[in-house]
Design a protein. Sequence first.
Length: 328
Amino acid sequence: MIATLQSLRFIFVMMIFMSHFAFRDIRAFDAGGDCGVAFFFMLSGFMVSYGYGRQVREGSFRYAGFLSRRIAKLYPLHILCLVFFLLVSGSAIDFSVVMNVLLLQSWVPDPTVYFSCNSVSWFLSSLFFCYILFPLAYRWVSAYGLGVVLVLYAIVCVLTPYDKVNAILYVNPLVRFVDFYIGMVLCRLYTNGYHISHAGILEVLLVVVLVVLLAIYPVVDAKFRNAPMYWLVLVPLILVFAKEQGIVSSLLRRRPMLMLASLSMPVYMVHQMTIGILLHRLPELPGFVMLFICILSVLVVSWLIDQFFLRHLTKVDNNLKKSTFIHI
């Protein structure tokens, strides 16, 4: 585990959180949502390559085992959130619910489907497609492969009508695979080795550049701000912070940040529903009081899910593996 990259997960998931929080004088931080999503696709490509790339190269990679571990890690949390949504909302079982259960909603270019139920789960739908392509795509990680992928992305970007930007450039699994592939390329660079000079200055500079890009987001073309504008900073940011050499990295490696980072996926999955419930139940609160309550509630709910649901599932899975091994 690269501690700095893990801690960055919490920072970017909170940017996504703020993109879904709008109350009284606090406006939704739209730029944070697009940036956070791009980061998580890229980081997923990086970390999966970091964990399994050597197995693919050596021919010891087991596709079924890889996918089953991905499903065991994310699918139970998805179903838990989906069931909660259905119970609270009283929604009927329809086509969109079925697509959510199958994690196929992001393939349907209709916002009433890809943003249905626990709407943030579209990310899992697209991410699982990236996982399915991973072992094949990893064998084609190269400068040439990256060039082909970027050219194809540019063509799709030009041809996409503006009223379909969300459906195609933001949600569609084939398009989001580009971010994932870039992360795979970054991991190849990381494992091949490179030198970072003046890491402390670079880290601070990259944070400043990221803030600038977030600030100019409203005036950037809608097609460009879904991901490409953030590649400009996220590519060097991941490469620099993966080295864990600078001042900012030393802060990210501290225990409180790592603890918060461990809650990133539950935070992502529950935050929008929690915000919606609290805004509906407590409409008279001042904006910043509501923000504090929402953040605290999301963190508490996420911790409870992590402690009493996800960790229990992990223990059960480990026990099953041990018993299977002993039986054999």
